[in-house]
Design a protein around this ligand. Sequence first.
Ligand code: CTP
Length: 136
Amino acid sequence: MKTIITYGTFDILHAGHINLLRRARECGDRLVVGLSSDEFNQCKHKSSLLNYDNRKAVLEAIRFVDVVFPEQSWEQKADDIRRYRADVFVMGHDWLGKFDFLSELCEVKYLPRTPEISTTEIRQSLGAVVQQVKHV
Ligand code: CTP
């Protein structure tokens, strides 16, 4: 059985996330996802609209996802790869080169990002709509 591991915040799930998860799962037989905890997001000076439990419930309902576990720090990836016996580490190509050091533990793959969609853009659009409503 070939296990794939990937990481992300997966806030306000969109087609870019689904494409990444589908293509990651197609690399093997089982996909395990490290989901940024709310505390880790704060550490990265990021906030998510949906909290960890909500994001986890949504991810677990996706048919390409087999296991969701919390990502609490930058340093845990090597231990996770060993614990889940991951064969391939997958991330979108916005992370190109950043995780090459893990290649001594498993194969490292960067997949092309889906263009023109991101959680940041969705949040900016939502913010603009709220501002327009305030001015009506
Ligand atoms: N991803 C992707 N295509 C997109 C958006 C995200 O392939 N259009 C991938 C990322 O490269 C990453 C995973 O989905 O491997 C989770 O990304 P995440 O950072 O949670 O989502 P983003 O929408 O990129 O969020 P943000 O705008 O906050 O960075």
